[in-house]
Design a binder for this molecule. Sequence first.
Ligand code: NAD
Ligand code: FES
Length: 283
Amino acid sequence: MFKILSKETIGVSIVRMVIEAPRIASKIGPGQFVIILSDEKGERIPLTVADFDREKGSITIICQTIGASTKRLALLNEGEFIRDVVGPLGRPTDLDGIKSVAVIGGGVGCAIAYPQAKYLYNSGARVDIIAGFRSKDLIILEDDMKAVSHDLTVLTDDGSNGNKGLVTDGLRKKIEDGADYDAVIAIGPPIMMKFVSLLTKQYSIKTIVSMNPIMIDGTGMCGGCRLTVGGETKFACIDGPDFDGHLVDFDELIRRNGMYKNEEACENERFHECNLDKIGGDV
Ligand code: NAD
Ligand code: FES
């Protein structure tokens, strides 16, 4: 059992939890993930770790409550316990030798982009963060991202924060203005990572993307998380979750991610019928 040390709502349907997990915190690196089972009735949720504190023995997760399982998790409160947290899983992001980087976060993907930016900033690299959200009310982690970057650009699709554009617009502008990046790290919806990778390919900038396919066991056994990278089958849980964005077949990933939409909708409906009262303003 893993104790929830703190829980806060940081955006629309987005919760941040700090969890006591000293063994995981002692080993985990940026980009690695854990699989969470909130209680005996929950399903396994893979979540890339948003932060960790080796001294305090804690890890931080940021979770968007979009499905029944994430909603069950978000019902737990500070002082309560999560049944299982397994990890660290996957490989840490290879950040060696990066001296100047653009870290791109799309929506909730900013939670996963943040530890990469933090690690590189603390290692002395030049870090520009470009974060995109659909509108102003969905912006998260602005102060956190500001603290680990030399320059933070926050864009909204509808311009409601006074800075209209997609993350690709922000990145193109930086490059055209002369930014000389060794690497771009892009984490967000697959469609965003696809278009960031198409852009950086034009400029031959190394691009790391974090894949979030369907995951079940997290150990390379079930094949649920398979994707095609450079024409080869890879498993996000053991070969990733980070891959070379110029080699990923994003269209296949997008198709596979949509495969269980109907089942998820049914499960969500069942969850709502059982938990309508409890959810209230809590999630
Ligand atoms: P979203 O759909 O609101 O998009 C966020 C931003 O991405 C947009 O504001 C825009 O700037 C950019 N974007 C979207 N489509 C684009 C396009 N066609 N071209 C260029 N830029 C584009 O994001 P959301 O609803 O917050 O969803 C977050 C996504 O991140 C989810 O799909 C989730 O699965 C994914 N995610 C991935 C990881 C990971 O580890 N890879 C972790 C957390 C979340
Ligand atoms: Fe089963 Fe990766 S989650 S093989």
